[in-house]
Design a protein around this ligand. Structure first.
Ligand code: ZN
Ligand code: ZN
Ligand code: ZN
Length: 443
């Protein structure tokens, strides 16, 4: 920390750190950017990292995951919020008329893989977890009843009453097949919606399109479920209104049907998976119980979380890792062990369970949307970068060139990442971002 503070280049370093917005693990880049006049070939401007502190430029890591970098995850969360919100009320290139399109907020859950400890509330009172007067005793001697009223931070929540009875294989296989189950759900939904309106899928496309945006959330027991915004548009997407016969009620009916009928099979094991019976379908309205802000905030929140909430690792499991000594909870350890064991089955290589063991088998994207839902994260990022570039021009850092007449040649090389412990303290002071827990790896 002291050597950094005394470095003659400290001011420039501090400036770089401020620009990363408090990123905990900035990427170090080495390289240069040159601007040439297209007509004459004359070099107009050159930027090189040679004169930067340590000869590198530090840029934000842009991770989605709050456990790795709270600052960048916050940017991602805010972008996701804008993206979801634009699809509900317009903005960012989506017309405001989109708010009149029928729209649902749907939660698709995973089925049960065995009894787990849960916290249930009724009228603000916490209920007993799983009170059974004549509870049976499992073959391992556990009584399948729990009268505890679990607190919200009870580590037992989501863990099985009997780990030996729990279907760990089923849990990780469901996670692995869930992206396929989602895909089939969207197809079945389109088919059903068309049928309800007496059309074929092809004929329906000339009148209606269905847009999706979804996010995966890990439940405490370690399975994913999906929250989705499902919206009806006209044939050209959000710019065109759906016909009057395309109603939210018909859409809800089609969702119900599609969620209950779709299955996905893991053939080598002859196991078939379907959604859990707890389906939640609600209408999104501008003024009702479920407003567009609430939905956008909810989806954005989950977009920055991953499996670590279940108590697993937030990195890949390495071949030399000793599963028994990893600092994780027993439930997560057994889920990871199931991935490692099933992953070595030659018939299941497509599921890449070993590679995704730390995600408990789920290898899908956390947040996805159909092409016509709204803007893209890339567009939002580009808009922000353009804004920063304009600022640089007005503050005199970059000369103003006409894009068409200038050739930009850039060479960049990865030169590492992260901050030393002393630098983390300085960065926290400079950016007002909270420090990671000192004395161990960030959780
Ligand atoms: Zn970062
Ligand atoms: Zn319990
Ligand atoms: Zn048992």
């Amino acid at each position: 920390m002291i050597s950094r503070l005394h470095d003659p280049n400290y001011d420039r370093w501090a400036c770089q750190i401020k620009r990363t917005g408090g990123c905990r693990q900035p990427i170090h880049l080495r390289g240069k950017v040159e601007h040439y006049d297209r007509a004459t070939g004359q070099l107009l401007h050159r930027y090189s990292t040679i004169h930067e502190p340590d000869g590198v430029l530090r840029v934000p890591c842009k991770t989605r995951r709050a456990s790795r970098c709270p600052a960048c995850a916050e940017v991602y969360r805010a972008d996701t919020y804008q993206l979801i919100r634009a699809g509900l009320v317009g903005g960012k290139g989506v017309p405001e008329t989109v708010s009149a399109h029928p729209c649902l907020f749907v939660t698709l859950t995973a089925p049960s893989f065995g009894a787990v400890h849960v916290r249930r509330e009724k009228n603000g009172k916490v209920l007993p977890c799983r009170a059974r007067r004549d509870a049976e005793t499992c073959p391992h001697g556990h009584v399948m009843s729990c009268t505890a009223r679990h607190s919200a931070d009870d580590p037992r929540l989501g863990e099985p009453l009997c780990p030996d009875c729990y279907d760990y294989d089923g849990s990780v296989l469901f996670n692995a097949i869930s992206p396929e189950l989602w895909r089939r759900f969207t197809l079945a939904l389109r088919r059903r919606f068309a049928k309800l309106n007496g059309l074929t899928v092809k004929a329906m496309r000339e009148h209606v399109s269905i847009a999706f945006a979804k996010v995966a959330e890990y439940q405490r027991r370690g399975v994913v479920h999906f929250h989705a915004v499902i919206r009806l548009d006209g044939p050209d997407g959000p710019d065109s209104p759906p016909p009057v016969w395309a109603t939210a009620d018909a859409l809800a009916q089609a969702v119900d049907h599609a969620a209950s009928v779709v299955t996905a099979e893991i053939k080598p094991l002859s196991r078939t998976f379907r959604w859990g019976t707890q389906l939640d379908v609600r209408r999104i309205t501008m003024d009702g119980d479920l407003t567009e802000q609430a939905v956008a905030a909810y989806i954005a929140k989950y977009a920055t979380k991953a499996a670590e909430c279940v108590g697993t690792l937030d990195r890949r499991i390495q071949p030399l890792d000793d599963l028994a000594t990893l600092p994780i909870r027993e439930h997560a350890r057994r889920l990871i062990a199931a991935c490692m064991r099933l992953g070595s089955d030659p018939g299941l290589t497509d599921l890449r369970l070993i590679h995704w063991a730390h995600m408990l088998g789920f290898r899908g994207h956390f947040s996805t949307k159909s092409r016509h839902y709204s803007t893209t994260l890339g567009d939002l990022r580009a808009a922000r970068e353009e804004h920063m570039r304009t600022e640089e021009i007005t503050t005199g850092r970059l000369p103003l060139f006409d894009e068409d007449t200038v050739l930009v040649v850039a060479h960049w090389q990865y030169a590492g990442r992260g901050l030393s412990l002393g630098e983390q303290f300085l960065a926290a002071a400079l950016t007002g971002v909270r420090l990671p827990s000192v004395g161990g790896a960030p959780q």
